[in-house]
Design a binder for this molecule. Sequence first.
Ligand SMILES: Cc1cc2nc3c(=O)[nH]c(=O)nc-3n(C[C@H](O)[C@H](O)[C@H](O)COP(=O)(O)O)c2cc1C
Length: 209
Amino acid sequence: MSEKLPFFDEEVLYEVIVSTVDDTKQPNAAPMGVRYSNGQLILQPYLTRTTYQNLLTNKEAVINVTTSPELFVKAALFQEEFNAEDFLTSLVSSAPFLKACAHSFIVVRVSSFSIDDLKARFLCEIVRVDLSEFRPRLYTRAFSSLIEILIHATRVLAFQRDKDKESEVSRLLELIDYHQKIIGRVTSKNSMYQILMRKINSKINQVRV
Ligand SMILES: Cc1cc2nc3c(=O)[nH]c(=O)nc-3n(C[C@H](O)[C@H](O)[C@H](O)COP(=O)(O)O)c2cc1C
């Protein structure tokens, strides 16, 4: 399939939620960056991620296209809150899509892969596109800052037991604080963004004690 993907510019990294299954059909959903290049989608999970293992064994994935802050927070830091009913399977892939992203997903299949240091690079062919109900949100700085916070928070969690990474963790916590201040400026206390921020903070504080 080589038709142009709607919404995607070539050679730009977009943040999406990738769903996959393991060899026991256990579904998994995680935020990942994806790049559209020469008619294919490129995913680069770290070798430590479940997404990497699942792509390696199963070769199939669904790119869930969303701008839902709640979904990004859940998939990044609270995966245990997903249950089987949150996933649906299409006829064309064993990898499920998120029910919340019905009609805003792309089914892909790995065509080749390589490993570059700590990350893999999966080139994926596009099997099916349904973006008929993708509705981007109005732009708010709160969303960009939330995504930055989640990226930094997933690193803090990954590095938490690594003594050599203590100064990197402090740097990441400062960045989280910076983006949190932006969210504080552009939203009010009872907004969805600040509610999610409080949830993220309690998760970070739990693992930091
Ligand atoms: C917006 C965003 C983008 C991310 N992009 C990637 C990525 O491209 N590769 C990666 O390995 N992890 C990425 N992460 C981190 C993973 O989503 C996170 O570590 C997740 O817990 C991995 O889940 P998994 O082990 O179930 O695959 C990203 C996180 C966020 C919030």
